[in-house]
Design a protein around this ligand. Structure first.
Ligand code: FMN
Length: 341
């Protein structure tokens, strides 16, 4: 932040210096040699102003100028003063108390690989913590047990959809489609689920593949029906995550479309967690019902290869009642990375 502010200051200061230089160049007592140096300096400042090059390049230019001035005649004294002024400006810009400037220096040393470096450090892992990493770490799944009866504004969902739009995707159009189910639509979707199992339980099983007797099915059914007002009752929305298969001859592999849709879902979840008190988690939903023709028709899937990749469940919760104990822990051992360097 500080570095950015200094860089913004740089432009007006350069323009002021340019003005001063122009006045000096037009003075009749300036020799041709001095004028040449002045013009050279002028172009340097103009270059800095135009391109806002790095502080280091700026300081190098100033030092070169000062060296040229030191080797000069009486007019050079005046010029050295200007140079000193510029040097001061340069050193202000590169002050080490500016953490971003420090990081820029580090970035330069490391070949420009660290693009964004910010002020805090993860002491456990000795790495910089960026706002991005903060936001990613802040994402967590909050489950129905924690939900309270409070409405989540639709603007929260809209901002989640806005975040989804920034996910990467291959090809000409996003391979996702989201269907936002409000209170009534959520109930309809659950009734559709029950109806589907009533018809198909003997073949598909229920509860993600569980099979058993009619009595067992009916017990599960009763519990699941109660969940409409119980477990899911406090939910404000469920978002159906639909992966759309591209039409036409140049079809991309399905995995790319599933991966892109998952990225969009992840963006939504991260965005949801930026609002205090907004609970969100990704549910697979009941598998056979989720993959059924009835669900496809309910959600308006266009192609038989489109897929419902579960639902994002959105509700309110009381953050004070939730501790870090309730969440899955992550650490370096979860990166599952093999370095071959
Ligand atoms: C595609 C997908 C589907 C999931 N489905 C369910 C589910 O149906 N029920 C469930 O309890 N957890 C499900 N999970 C796991 C949770 O949503 C959550 O990600 C997990 O508990 C880890 O917690 P965290 O998100 O706070 O790190 C699913 C996760 C993914 C990625």
């Amino acid at each position: 932040m500080h570095g950015a502010r200094h860089r913004q200051d740089l432009l007006p200061r350069c323009l002021k210096l340019l003005d001063r230089q122009k006045t000096l160049v037009s003075r009749p007592d300036v020799s041709a040699l001095d004028r040449g140096v002045l013009l050279h300096f002028q172009s340097l400042i103009a270059a800095v102003a135009a391109s806002q090059k790095t502080v280091m390049a700026f300081q190098e230019a100033v030092m070169a100028f000062q060296e040229a001035v030191v080797a000069m005649n009486p007019v050079g004294i005046a010029l050295t003063l200007v140079g000193a002024l510029v040097g001061l400006l340069g050193s202000t810009l590169s002050k080490s108390e500016d953490p971003e400037a420090e990081c820029e220096k580090k970035e330069h040393e490391q070949g420009g690989l660290i693009k964004h470096c910010h002020h805090t450090v993860d002491e456990e892992n000795d790495c910089p913590v960026t706002p991005v990493l903060d936001a990613i770490r802040n994402r967590r799944s909050v489950f129905p047990k924690q939900y309270i009866d409070r409405e989540i504004p639709s603007a929260v969902v809209q901002s989640m959809l806005d975040a989804a739009a920034w996910a990467p995707y291959h090809g000409p159009r996003p391979p996702w489609r989201f269907v936002v189910l409000g209170k009534q639509a959520m109930v309809e979707m659950q009734q559709l689920t029950l109806k589907f199992y009533d018809k198909n339980w003997a073949q598909t099983g229920w509860a993600n593949g569980k099979k058993g007797t009619a009595e067992e099915y009916l017990r599960w059914r009763e519990m699941t029906e109660q969940e409409i007002t119980g477990r899911w009752g406090p939910c404000s929305y469920m978002i159906a995550n639909v992966m759309r298969r591209q039409a036409g001859s140049k079809r991309l592999p399905e995995w790319e479309e599933a991966a892109a849709t998952a990225c969009a879902v992840h963006n939504m979840h991260i965005q949801a967690c930026s609002f205090p008190g907004v609970a969100c988690y990704w549910s697979s939903w009941h598998d056979a019902a989720r993959d059924s023709a009835e669900m496809a028709s309910f959600l308006g899937l266009e192609d038989k290869e489109d897929k419902v990749l579960g639902f994002l469940v959105i509700a309110a919760y009381a953050p004070d009642l939730l501790t870090d104990k309730d969440r899955r822990v992550r650490g370096r051992s979860h990166t599952m990375a093999e370095w071959r360097v």
